[in-house]
Write a protein that binds this ligand. Structure first.
Ligand code: GP9
Ligand code: MN
Length: 613
């Protein structure tokens, strides 16, 4: 035994990775801590996984053990690093479905380049230190470990895990059964246990469709087939009109009426807010599927999924999407997007949703001059779309997805019509310039519509798809908003995106209803004079007095007129200060049930049972 501890080599490896993970939690992720138990859990949580993980070493022959320890350390570090890079952009952790979204990876080159730093090499330093130390006799892997020692280590792992899980459950009851918020899972379980848990959820959701039955469907769907309250005055006001829906890339509501050096960032949107119905308390409800999740919400009035993009995971389900409903009302449907057709699996999903035509990249003349970042710039995109649009059979339902205002918000100098915001954070600083460009693209598109005569014959719906500036830019955003620092309440406010609905012949007004993307479908159908009582949908008409203002975000946070619930804290919506959690409790459950029900529909593909009848 030459005086050293039996498992010295793996203890050393465990110790180094444990400390590294904890440092990553503190430095690379933003994980707010409410109490001492949470602090302790955060520190403790890497250990249980690491003990099990490294007990594998002893299944290899003694001569290989050193190499196996190093490989395990490297793989662990690599997965942790992948999470760091993903987090830098998405403020979120990797899930299994995200790993299969590789189709999008080619287009993300710019974004990834922006997110990887040279200094990241230091992140792997400890693996080199370990390689060096394991060569020293004091730390070299023990060759004499026998089955009994292995079992002891495994039991120790089990004991640590039991303590860990009980503490995590004590800190947050029903952690494993009712949690949508990955941040809480990672805080409590640790990154790697969380990954294992995620793999388990993945297998469960894959089975859900096979096990779903007509009876489940009946139970879930019956109460959702409701006759959503309407606004009698506006019902059918746009009957038979064309519908043009525009998805604004990464556009948050705070840019409206914002000025830089005396110049408006969104001169056109500011005018549009006055000449249309403008919803100033409207939230995005997207998850990991970003733009595609927003499309899913708007056209199905179902929630996207807690993990992955529903466009990728369930593209062959039965839905009752806007294009399908409108087809039975005599509409032709088309979607326009200057990017590769398979991005977000759109080509497959659009067929499922009943689109008659998809004008993707191949329909456009895309050159080095007229493209940037992900592809065709918005101005030429709208310009080149016009002839196609004018040729569509009417009435049509046409959706346009903009692209230029996408992270990392790069722009050619000749397209820059406003100064970058002066702050020491390139992303935030550039954001304003690409928003300004997008605003101009919309202005020009509206001009084209007016010239072509389509403007007076079409309802135009414009919405922001999701945030552009993630939480990790909070210092710069505090400066933008003129605050000392941002609270979780402020972060929820930042999830507001603009929504405009222009109806020909109507002057419009600012609508104060609190709502989200899930509400667009019933709102729009009602304007077109289409009943919604046979449609399964979660949203309610934003124009109706009985509109349900409980707006649920995909991570279980919610907003209504009285409260904002986020980060396990209940805030007064009027004052933005924490109030007794009990006030939020009834809605916490309602919000979760709603997300659960929607997930059951999507995972179980339950709408197929409706169609049969
Ligand atoms: C890609 C575009 C951007 O075609 O819709 O997608 P996002 O990354 O915002 O989801
Ligand atoms: Mn987007």
């Amino acid at each position: 035994m030459n005086g050293k501890t039996k498992h010295a080599a793996i203890f050393l490896a465990i110790f180094l990775l444990w400390m590294k993970t904890y440092i990553v939690y503190k430095v690379s992720f933003t994980l707010p801590m409410d109490n001492f138990l949470q602090q302790f859990l955060l520190f403790f949580n890497p250990l249980s996984f690491l003990v099990f993980y490294f007990s594998m070493v002893y299944y290899f022959s003694p001569s290989k053990r050193r190499r196996v320890i190093l490989w395990l350390s490297f793989i662990y570090s690599f997965i942790l690093y992948a999470n760091i890079v993903y987090y830098r952009f998405f403020s979120d952790f990797i899930t299994v479905p995200v790993l299969f979204q590789t189709k999008n990876a080619g287009d993300m080159g710019n974004s990834i380049y922006e997110l990887v730093n040279l200094t990241d090499v230091f992140f792997f330093m400890d693996v080199f230190i370990l390689a060096y130390l394991l060569k020293q006799p004091r730390w070299s892997p023990d060759v004499s470990i026998v089955r009994k020692d292995r079992r002891k280590l495994f039991l120790a792992g089990l004991a640590i895990l039991a303590v860990h899980i009980s503490l995590a459950e004590a800190n947050r009851p029903q952690l494993l059964t009712r949690t949508f918020d990955r941040e809480i899972l990672v805080k409590s379980l640790g990154t790697f246990n969380y990954h294992l848990y995620d793999i388990m959820l993945q297998s469960k959701s894959s089975m859900q469709k096979a096990l779903a039955s007509n009876i489940d469907a009946e139970k879930v769907l019956q109460k959702l087939k409701k006759d959503t309250a309407k606004n009698q005055e506006l019902f059918g006001i746009a009957k038979g009109k064309n519908v043009i829906v525009i998805s604004l890339e990464s556009t948050q509501n705070f840019v409206l009426n914002y000025k830089i050096n005396g110049k408006e960032v969104t001169p056109f949107f500011n005018k549009l807010a006055k000449s249309s119905y403008y919803f100033n308390h409207f939230y995005h409800q997207t998850g990991q599927g970003k733009t595609s999740d927003a499309e899913f919400l708007v056209e199905n009035s179902l929630y996207p999924l807690p993990r992955g993009a529903v466009f990728q995971t369930n593209p062959l389900n039965e839905y009752n999407a806007m294009p399908e409903i409108l087809k039975t009302n005599g509409y032709f449907s088309a979607v326009f997007h200057g990017n590769n057709k398979s991005f977000w699996n759109r080509d497959v999903m659009y067929k499922t949703m009943g689109y008659d035509q998809f004008f993707s990249e191949e329909f456009y003349n895309v050159t080095a001059e007229n493209s940037i970042n992900y592809g065709l710039k918005d101005i030429p995109f709208f310009e080149q779309s016009m002839p196609y649009l004018e040729d569509l059979p009417q009435p049509f339902y046409a959706k346009f997805i903009t692209l230029t205002n996408h992270h990392p918000f790069i722009l050619d100098p000749e397209d820059q019509w406003i100064d970058p915001y002066s702050v020491d954070d390139g992303t935030v600083s550039r954001y304003f310039t690409t928003v300004r460009y997008e605003d101009e693209a919309l202005r020009q598109f509206f001009d084209h519509l007016k010239k072509s005569g389509l403007y007076d014959k079409s309802v135009v719906v414009v919405y922001g798809d999701h945030y552009g500036i993630s939480e990790r830019h909070e210092d710069a955003m505090a400066q933008v908003l003129g605050k000392e620092s941002l609270t979780p309440f402020d972060h929820i406010q930042l999830q507001q995106v603009p929504l405009f609905i222009h109806i020909p012949g109507k002057k419009g007004r600012t609508v104060e209803s609190i709502g989200g993307q899930i509400d667009v479908k019933p709102t729009l159908l009602h304007l077109l004079g289409i009943e919604t009582k046979d449609d399964v949908h979660f949203g309610t008409d934003l124009f109706s007095e009985d509109h349900n203002d409980l707006t649920v975000l995909r991570n279980g946070a919610f907003i209504n007129k009285d409260f904002v619930y986020t980060n396990e804290t209940c805030y007064s919506n009027t004052f933005g200060i924490p109030v007794d959690i009990k006030k939020c409790e009834p809605y916490i459950d309602e919000a979760k049930d709603e997300l659960d029900e929607s997930d059951r529909i999507v995972y179980g593909d339950l709408l197929r049972f409706l169609k049969v009848k």
